[in-house]
Design a protein around this ligand. Structure first.
Ligand SMILES: Cc1ncc(C[n+]2csc(CCOP(=O)(O)OP(=O)(O)O)c2C)c(N)n1
Ligand SMILES: [Mg+2]
Length: 756
């Protein structure tokens, strides 16, 4: 039962919103120094901004050919520079703790340079030795820091050059840098792509009591993307008190490529106003100058405190400007005037902040010039070294796609989960059978009891037990911190699952119908699937996405598709489609223990099917097919609910005509047990694949391609695909029955194939 009753309440009144501060933190350096900011730190802020500026100016010089780090060098790849925006990067990263998390954007060089830089600045000798991967070194801390900064800049530049020594071994490049050791969860080249990932990391922080804050760096353009709404709403859900410890930081450089926020593509003057839409605290939103490193630092410092007190989320907008084009191919003359550019150049942080440092006697003008020269030289040296670094070996192209570890070693802290009531097994019938639905619940219960990092969420999965009652009872056993209802936000459900999986939780998220996965296409295909590989194979993503296929219930086009080919299209995802109650339990348990993302497909019609399921512990490895029925005349390959019709058809043909058909159920589609299929075809010399989806682009087509590659010589006739028609699933029973391959049609098709 819910904790509050929503009674009718219609009293007249007006909604009032509390104020959103504008440019309140225009605080002079002298005041910040008197409040305790150290002089060394104040100078570090300039140094960090200079590292970013000079790094990017070096890219411009390399691109134009005025500086070449090695003979014949050519800069390849994206050039989204943040020149002009350095105060946001330095001010933000300096206000976070070294182990706080960030997510970043396509314009993220500054974020990654500063995140690691401030972590290095905070390190003692041991930490620095660790970063340098050294055990002993007699040099002073200052010398080690100097070397560590050089290594960091080198790894960053090497990644831009696509080198093995880069942060992501050249798999990501400049738009996809991550460094998990420093809490950098990854830059994202999909505008808005990291909103939900950051929110999921904050969920981990909250549920695992990590006390970490997540800074989600986004551009002004990203705020108009749907995932922004889904994520901010998710983070502000009151079922977890105030909400999640995440700071959404809008780096408003006035343009989303060329679309201008103010007056053109957004009806707001200040994007912080969006904060009013998510909770009564306006998400503690504020707008500050992004050209003033001290304003940024103060705002992020305060936001972190809010989050650490458990009062997040926070929304910050920093007004800033990019001096160059969207990328270096954008000459920017078609959409903005020199007067505008000049006005922003006048408040350049690298012009104004050094003046403050000089006025306060922290440095002299010549110190500033020396620093600029030193930093430039450093970056040039780094570029020379990076240009000479190693090109990744093409024979290793597949390295880092999947992790081969599982959660075998849970660790003491998470080994015993708290339960609110005793856990019972489902009662078996006289043959030892239980329902498929109950096998799902049993698998989830056992895994949640085994490992307290396993959490379950999705639409209506809590008290109600999910649309198909496949999570019923789990909320009562494990409580809201382990089992909770998500808003109707498929993209956020999957994206937060990813962020949470990367940061310590092992989420199982539910998408009610597979049809709705298209709402989360980016999160599934661009984020979940790519995170491990694109960021250099370092991440572990123990995420299970459970969903269901319908079909045959008269629900028509948007609730009846069999979209298993969609997740299978993205390298980096495993895809499972179990048929029996025995399989669903064993495979789901394995999926939860995987350190890889698994797309797990249940079938609504199978929930009510029974099978023998032992009460004793067992798992089934992913990637192992099974022969469900033996025969010598034909191999029939199918999975999920279609298998039921296939098996019925085989029985009819055996009984009536003595035809022996072997049925192979791959159970896991990715990785596919092609060996199991080939072994059978070598025996029968004929094959037919049956799927519930329309044939074009179906997973059945992929199976056939694999058969042609591996078993062509064993075939006496072409492999046949039996599939739905090339139409959206229709509603009328006469049409739907015709559309989904059923027993009669399979019998007909087999007869036809064997008559060849
Ligand atoms: C989903 C998506 N749509 C479009 C693009 C192409 N694109 C790349 S960056 C960009 C502008 C983003 O603007 P903003 O969020 O303000 O970031 P900025 O580039 O200003 O840093 C666009 C349209 C993309 N990468 N992703
Ligand atoms: Mg922008």
């Amino acid at each position: 039962m819910k904790e509050i009753n929503v009674l009718p309440a219609f009293s007249k009144g007006k909604m009032a919103f509390s104020d959103i501060p504008l440019f309140e933190y225009d605080i002079p350096l002298s005041k910040r120094l008197s409040e305790g900011m150290s002089k060394e730190f104040a100078v570090r802020l300039l140094e960090a901004m200079l590292y970013v500026r000079k790094f990017e100016e070096t890219i411009i010089r390399m691109k134009s050919g005025s500086f070449s780090p090695s003979e014949g060098f050519k800069f390849v790849g994206a050039t989204h520079l943040s020149v002009g925006q350095e105060a946001v990067a330095a001010g933000t990263m300096s206000a976070l703790r070294p182990d706080d998390y960030i997510t970043s954007t396509h314009r993220g060089h500054g974020h990654s340079i500063c995140k690691v830089l401030f972590r290095l600045y905070s390190m003692d000798k041991r930490g620095l030795l660790g970063f340098l991967e050294k055990k002993e070194d007699d040099r002073s801390e200052e010398e080690l820091l100097n070397e560590a900064v050089g290594l960091h800049l080198f790894k960053t530049m090497a990644e831009l050059f696509g080198k093995e020594e880069g942060y992501c071994h050249g798999r990501g490049g400049g738009m996809h840098i991550a460094d998990y050791h420093s809490g950098h969860l990854g830059a994202n080249a999909i505008v808005g792509g990291s909103f939900a990932i950051a929110t999921g990391a904050a969920l981990s922080s909250l549920l695992l009591s990590q006390k970490k804050v997540v800074a989600c760096m986004v551009g002004d353009g990203a705020v108009n993307n749907g995932i922004c709404l889904e994520s901010m709403n998710f983070a502000a859900m009151p079922q977890f008190g105030s909400g999640f410890p995440v700071i959404y930081i809008i780096e408003n450089n006035q343009y989303g490529m060329t679309g201008q926020q103010q007056g053109e593509v957004t009806g707001l003057t200040h994007l912080s106003r969006r904060g009013t839409g998510y909770n009564e605290q306006n998400m503690h939103a504020r707008t500050e100058s992004g050209m003033n490193v001290l304003s940024v630092h103060k705002a992020v410092e305060e936001a972190s405190e809010i989050c650490r007190k458990g009062e997040g989320p926070v929304l910050l907008e920093f007004k800033t400007y990019r001096y160059y084009g969207h990328s270096l191919s954008d000459k920017r003359v078609s959409y903005r005037v020199p007067e505008e550019e000049k006005a922003w150049l006048d408040c350049d942080p690298i012009l104004t902040y050094p003046k403050e440092l000089v006025e306060n006697g922290l440095v002299s003008e010549s110190d500033v010039e020396d620093m600029k020269e030193r930093v430039t030289k450093r970056i040039e040296e780094v570029a020379v070294r990076a240009a000479k670094a190693t090109d990744p070996d093409p024979s290793h192209i597949q390295d880092g796609l999947f992790s081969d570890t599982t959660s075998d070693d849970i660790g003491k802290r998470y080994r015993t989960a708290h339960v609110n009531k005793p856990v019972k097994k489902f009662k078996r019938d006289s043959q030892g059978k239980i329902l498929y639905r109950h096998a799902v619940i049993e698998a989830l219960t056992e895994e949640m009891e085994r490992d307290s990092r396993v959490v379950l969420y999705g639409e209506d999965v809590a008290e109600y037990g999910g649309a198909f009652q496949a999570t019923l009872g789990l909320y009562d056993i494990f409580g809201r911190r382990r089992v909770f209802n998500a808003p109707i936000s498929e993209a956020a459900i999957i994206g937060t699952g990813l962020g949470a999986a990367m940061t310590g939780l092992r989420p199982v998220v539910e998408i009610m119908y597979i049809d709705f996965i298209l709402m989360a296409g980016d999160q599934l295909g661009n984020q979940v699937a790519k995170t491990k590989y694109m960021f250099g194979g370092k991440a572990k993503v123990p995420l299970v996405i459970r969903t269901t296929i319908g079909g045959g219930k008269g629900y028509a086009g948007q609730h009846s598709q069999s979209l298993e080919a969609f997740p299978a299209q993205f390298p980096g995802l495993k895809v499972v489609a179990p048929y029996s109650a025995y399989d669903v339990k064993g495979l789901l348990k394995s999926a939860i223990r995987e350190d890889n993302p698994v797309f797990f497909i249940e079938h609504q019609h199978l929930y009510v099917e029974k099978d023998v399921v032992p009460e004793t512990e067992y798992t089934i490895p992913l990637g192992e097919g099974i022969v469900r029925r033996e025969g010598k005349d034909l191999t029939l390959i199918s999975y999920s609910h279609e298998l039921k019709y296939c098996l019925e058809a085989c029985d009819i043909l055996e009984k009536e005509e003595g035809i022996g058909i072997e049925v192979v159920d791959p159970r896991t589609l990715v990785p596919l047990d092609i060996d199991c299929i080939v072994r059978s075809i070598e025996k029968t010399n004929r094959a037919m694949v049956v799927v519930q989806a329309p044939g074009r682009g179906s997973f059945g087509e992929h199976i056939i391609r694999m058969i042609q590659e591996r078993a062509f010589k064993s075939l006496k006739s072409p492999v046949k695909l039996v599939s739905a028609y090339e139409v959206p699933p229709p509603m009328a029973q006469s049409l739907e029955k015709e559309n989904i391959p059923g027993t009669e049609r399979i019998v007909r098709e087999i007869r036809e194939l064997l008559s060849d």
